[in-house]
Write a protein that binds this ligand. Structure first.
Ligand SMILES: O=C(O)CCC(=O)C(=O)O
Ligand SMILES: [Fe+2]
Length: 281
């Protein structure tokens, strides 16, 4: 499986990027407009935040899903029984935001959502006519005015050696949403499942932006853009002593948007949440 690194500034970037998304469900960009300085400052200050007890002041809301998710309420991926080895904070424009950190992550949310909208436009323009004909409206219109897009600040703590056998940083899963954008994390570990059924490392040089198709876009495109299963491996050796921070932004449409003949966004989302209920929160 080959994951090409596409230069965002190249005139052929939209075509190359969408070819990669079609063939692998993933696209990797360099020279993209998101500020690396901003990303690094978020990694640093949120690592500090996760190390304090202040996080406990923002327990996640089980209905609205904003706030802090501790390792003990962390996610269990579909078809898995062990909780992932991670803690995270969900940021929505209307949700809670820690007073202990600067507004950097909120600024990133706006920048990231803006870039994601551009990328969604690339996806729209590079969809073959028969795929485009499936979309109930242009893809960028699906996210207009949506306040469901989610920025997740993730902390994978160093491994202590007493983890439950079989528990991993992030078990194999597909993302539920339309499109996810993810700056290279502070440590390696992200892998995708290829069509060859083997796991492949995602390029993780600092400064790269990783983009992947979520289940909703796979549904809307009739599978033309596949939602590819991915995971985060447990580190070994020196890496096991280090935290890993990552920052996925999950682009979500408005709930009433029609995805396919079978699904509105609302029906799709509720079904997926129902599958996870009792396990996830
Ligand atoms: O931490 C990462 O690199 C990926 C996280 C991820 O796949 C997710 O939260 O859905
Ligand atoms: Fe994911």
């Amino acid at each position: 499986m080959h994951l090409p690194v596409v230069d965002f500034t190249s005139p052929t970037a939209p075509q190359e990027f969408c070819k990669s998304l079609h063939e692998t469900g993933f696209g990797v960009l360099k020279n993209h407009p998101l500020s690396q300085e901003l990303v690094e400052s978020i990694y640093a200050e949120w690592l500090g935040f996760f190390k304090t007890e202040a996080k406990a002041k923002y327990p996640n809301d089980p209905v609205k899903h904003d706030g802090y998710f501790s390792p003990s309420v962390s996610e269990t991926a579909k078809n898995f029984t062990k909780k992932d080895l991670k803690e995270f904070f969900h940021i929505y424009p209307w949700g809670r935001y820690p007073a202990e950190v600067s507004d950097a992550a909120q600024r990133y949310y706006a920048e990231g959502a803006n870039l994601a909208a551009t990328l969604l436009n690339w996806v729209e323009e590079n969809s073959p006519p028969e795929v485009k004909a499936r979309y109930s409206m242009p893809l960028p219109a699906m996210i207009e005015g949506s306040d469901h897009t989610l920025l997740r600040v993730l902390h994978y703590p160093p491994l202590r050696g007493d983890e439950e056998p079989g528990a991993v940083r992030a078990a194999a899963h597909g993302d539920i949403n339309l499109l996810t954008i993810l700056p290279a994390a502070t440590e390696p570990g992200l892998q995708v499942l290829g069509k060859d059924q083997a796991w492949h490392d995602v390029p993780c040089d600092f400064g790269l932006l990783i983009v992947n198709i979520g289940d909703m876009l796979a549904e809307a495109s009739g599978g033309y853009y596949p939602s590819t299963v991915h995971r985060v491996l447990n580190p070994t050796g020196e890496g096991a002593t280090k935290s890993r921070i990552s920052l996925p932004l999950f682009l979500h449409p408005r709930r009433e948007v029609v995805l396919s003949e079978r699904y509105t966004v609302e029906k799709y989302f509720n079904e997926r949440m129902e599958e996870l209920r009792g396990k996830k929160y």
